[in-house]
Design a protein around this ligand. Structure first.
Ligand SMILES: Cc1ncc(COP(=O)(O)O)c(C=O)c1O
Length: 390
């Protein structure tokens, strides 16, 4: 795409059908999170000035910059998925009597009769790997994290500080996931805790998605006293597992909340597949053209399970430039919310909506919009002003 033109919003014609998702999800993940050290509800911050500027009734920002002491929502998925994957490796039933503490005790006993403990393996653009490393520390398990070569040193150091061994891979995020999968498969006791699904690997990423639901149930409770559910929720997308959780949640409730996704211009894999730019069996992997300051969203392949749901259920998608994400960080900051670029991408998407797009999404002056601000403030190189060329 040439500089000066923008990816227009895509409305998904399939999403118009008012079907309801019959979710088999229960509250186990939420109960598990509530038993984790440092768990508390993250804030839902109202932004009346932004709502007035955009012409809607309310804008609320779900702020995930401090989730159990970590700077993003990713620990919700990584913790529950690690817990389930390790329990399943040890053939322990996932009932309410199994807690993080007694899983750690079982692992300690298990290690005395086995030559080595299982190893958690993950690939990451930063936040997921850090969260898996955190879980490894809590459970007393070794962790090996693979990162794409271009990941910044601060993100790598944050994973190392959790006690994990980190290996840089010469290549993209997709390649890194592939390598982590093969390493875990060939390692004695290797457990891959990945937040994306692909053929032959779906159980763990489905647990990740279940874990993300905690954030969405919290929002329901936080909005309850406003007696109006969200009309629109805006979700940043990397591989789409978070969006899968969002769509699953709202389609199960049947409240008619619309879902708009946002990706970096340079890694718009859901957008490209939904727009139908690519032929073949979907989701077709995309060559990302980054780097982008939205590091957690720098992914070229939509998670298989996510795609199977999103392609018929996401209402609209959009992509934004680094510059837009950066200026959205600045706006949020002036309203007291210290967001990183992935988190601010939701606001960048909202600010891109013109009158027609708002009408198409059913937004009016009493509508309630929720922005998922998925990460807290972090260092990045400030992009040059203007539109991205890619
Ligand atoms: C901060 C942040 N926001 C959003 C996402 C997107 O989540 P998903 O990859 O499930 O689409 C990620 C993914 O790593 C992330 O780190």
């Amino acid at each position: 795409m040439a500089s000066g033109s923008r990816n227009p919003i895509i409305l998904n014609p399939l999403a118009k059908e008012p079907w309801r998702f019959l979710s088999s999800a229960d509250d186990r993940a939420r109960a598990f999170h509530q038993s984790m050290p440092g768990y508390s509800l993250t804030p839902l911050v109202s932004m009346p000035q932004i709502a007035a500027e955009v012409g809607v009734g309310a804008v609320h920002v779900k702020y995930e910059g401090d989730r159990m002491g970590l700077p993003s929502f990713k620990i919700l998925g990584a913790s529950w998925a690690t817990f389930c994957a390790v329990a399943s490796y040890l053939k322990l039933p996932l009932n309410s009597s199994l807690t993080v503490n007694n899983l750690r005790d079982v692992l300690t006993g298990w290690a005395s009769s086995h030559s080595q403990k299982p190893t958690l393996v993950a690939a990451t653009d930063g936040n997921h790997g850090r969260a898996v490393a955190y879980m490894g520390r809590i459970l007393g398990l070794p962790v090996k994290v693979f990162v794409p070569g271009g990941l910044d040193n601060d993100a790598v150091q944050a994973i190392v500080n959790e006690g994990a061994a980190v290996a840089r891979v010469r290549g993209s995020y997709d390649l890194t996931v592939n390598l982590a999968f093969n390493v875990a498969k060939n390692m004695l006791g290797g457990i891959l805790v990945q937040d994306t699904s692909f053929p032959g690997y779906t159980d763990v990423p489905e647990w990740v998605v279940e874990g993300y639901d905690t954030m969405l149930s919290e929002i329901d409770e936080q909005l309850e006293n406003q007696s109006q559910p969200a009309d629109l929720i805006i979700v940043p997308v990397g591989v789409g597992s978070l969006a899968q959780a969002v769509v699953t949640h709202y389609r199960s409730l049947g409240v008619g909340t619309k879902v708009l996704t946002v990706e970096p211009d340079t890694a718009a894999c859901l957008y490209t597949n939904l727009r139908g730019d690519v032929a073949g069996q979907k989701p077709v992997p995309l060559e990302t053209t980054g780097p982008t300051i939205m590091a957690g969203l720098d992914c070229g392949t939509v998670s298989l399970c996510a795609w199977n749901l999103l392609n018929a259920a996401v209402d609209a998608c959009l992509s934004v430039s680094d510059h837009e994400a950066h200026s959205a960080c600045g706006i949020l900051k002036t309203h007291g919310v210290a967001a990183g670029p992935c988190g601010a991408a939701s606001l960048a998407a909202l600010l891109r909506l013109g009158d027609k797009e708002k009408k198409d999404l059913g937004l009016g002056n009493t509508s309630v919009v929720v922005l998922l601000c998925t990460e807290g403030e972090r260092q990045y190189s400030v992009p040059a002003a203007g539109l991205a060329t890619y």
